[in-house]
Design a protein around this ligand. Structure first.
Ligand code: RM4
Ligand code: MN
Ligand code: MN
Length: 418
């Protein structure tokens, strides 16, 4: 099916590719980088997301961890760029570990960061997280949250994951509710207890979020707070940037540049937002910002001699309320690859020279020259060379994949997640 699809589009693709690639010096290097670059899919993004007002389930959602792996396998077959899955515990507790590992290997997938969840109460749970988890005033609640994170690490070790992402909803909703200093201290001590359980070759990502579900203060609310924790915890602790977790107009590219410079950027959660959400499809609102972020990522990683594909964690973190989640994920991966390809096209030497001469207009020209290049055929060529589809969404629709999934799994399935 893939070959048939690709053959039918080949002539048009070649025309576009020849046109764009004619102006690119390091073409093969760029194509190789695009092929190597994999973006993990979170297990909670495969079902239809909801808001607090409602959830409108789509049909054929994966009902088990095995089916979630199958969905990511399908994405990876279509784009050869989604070669990893990130699990959220307890939404996806791996029960039959051996079978799950075999299934994942069969699709050429690996397990990305493990995610703990101390932002919801689970059935049968002894202590409630209503007033926080690692920051909680009661030791027993903090201990329960620490133990949960240790459990998550254990699941991850068996699966071959190498990192733990800790995102806390801890904070307060009203002034006076919380002693900030004490909450920080308690959280730091609890994080240290989790850090101590981390294997030597693991990383711990400390994710921050400006607001929600707490609306007055968040105990890990911005990159400064995250960096404080990460610096105090030790070399395995790093800051994780989720694009949607900033206040409006924050200069995320500058944050990224500084964290990279400090050697403290650990990973990325991709999404986009218009107002204050963290759920929209990557690149759907502000693709120029995404490009500027990638420009800093490439510059900063190259300055430190880092491997683009493997030295940071790359993941999508979005919630698909009105689109087919699989189509939305294909669009997200494509948007990331486009921004990455554009960043690779930036004439770094010329930009540095322009910066050193304070030639502001030229610096902008250089950036926008790259941004305004239509790199879609380069990304498609990388997919073609990797054995994937020239137009993943088109093939997904031609093959009526969603209809098949509905037939197989039913109209009324609901995936675990938000
Ligand atoms: C949070 C945060 C976390 C994700 C949860 C589901 O806003 O982005 O990374 O695990 O949502
Ligand atoms: Mn996130
Ligand atoms: Mn989020």
């Amino acid at each position: 099916m893939l070959d048939e699809h690709n053959n039918s589009l080949l002539a048009a693709h070649k025309r576009a590719f020849d046109y764009t690639s004619a102006g690119v010096d390091n073409l093969n290097d760029i194509l190789q980088k695009l092929m190597d670059f994999q973006i993990a899919i979170p297990s909670w993004a495969l079902g239809t997301g909801g808001t607090r007002f409602g959830r409108f389930s789509g049909g054929g959602e994966p009902g088990s961890i095995e089916e979630k792996i199958e969905d990511v396998g399908l994405l990876h077959t279509l784009n050869k760029s989604s070669g990893a899955i990130s699990l959220h515990i307890p939404w996806d507790i791996p029960e039959n570990v051996q079978a799950i590992k075999t299934l994942t290997a069969q699709y050429g997938l690996r397990f990305d960061a493990m995610n703990s969840n101390t932002f919801q109460d689970q059935p049968g749970q002894q202590h409630s997280y209503k007033f926080g988890s690692l920051q909680h005033v009661e030791k027993a609640v903090r201990q329960q949250a620490i133990d949960h994170n240790k459990e998550v690490i254990k699941h991850g070790i068996v699966l071959g994951s190498k990192s733990l992402t800790v995102w806390l909803s801890d904070g307060s909703c009203f002034p006076g509710q919380l002693n900030f200093r004490k909450a920080f201290q308690r959280t730091l001590e609890a994080l240290a207890a989790i850090y101590a359980a981390l294997p030597d070759d693991w990383k711990m990502f400390v994710e921050y979020k400006a607001f929600e579900p707490n609306f007055y203060s968040m105990t890990v609310g911005d990159w400064g707070q995250s960096l404080l924790y990460a610096n105090k915890l030790g070399p395995k602790a790093l800051t994780l940037v989720d694009l949607g977790h900033h206040l409006p107009n924050a200069n995320i590219e500058q944050i990224v540049a500084l964290l990279l410079g400090e050697g403290k950027l650990g990973g990325f959660h991709f999404n986009d937002s218009k107002y204050g959400d963290d759920d929209l499809t990557v690149g759907s609102i502000n693709p120029y910002q995404l490009f500027l972020i990638f420009n800093e990522l490439v510059e900063g990683m190259d300055a430190r001699g880092m491997d683009h594909a493997n030295d940071l964690g790359w993941m999508i973190d979005a919630s698909h309320n009105v689109k087919d989640p699989l189509e939305d994920l294909l669009q997200s991966v494509e948007a990331i690859k486009i921004a990455y390809a554009q960043a690779l096209l930036v004439d770094k030497k010329a930009l540095t020279a322009a910066q050193d001469r304070n030639d502001t207009a030229l610096a902008q020209e250089i950036l926008q020259q790259a941004y305004r290049t239509d790199v879609r055929s380069l990304v498609a060529e990388a997919r073609l060379r990797a054995g994937a589809a020239l137009q993943p969404i088109q093939l997904f629709r031609q093959q009526k994949v969603r209809q098949h999934l509905i037939k197989e799994r039913g109209e009324k399935t609901v995936a675990t997640g938000l």
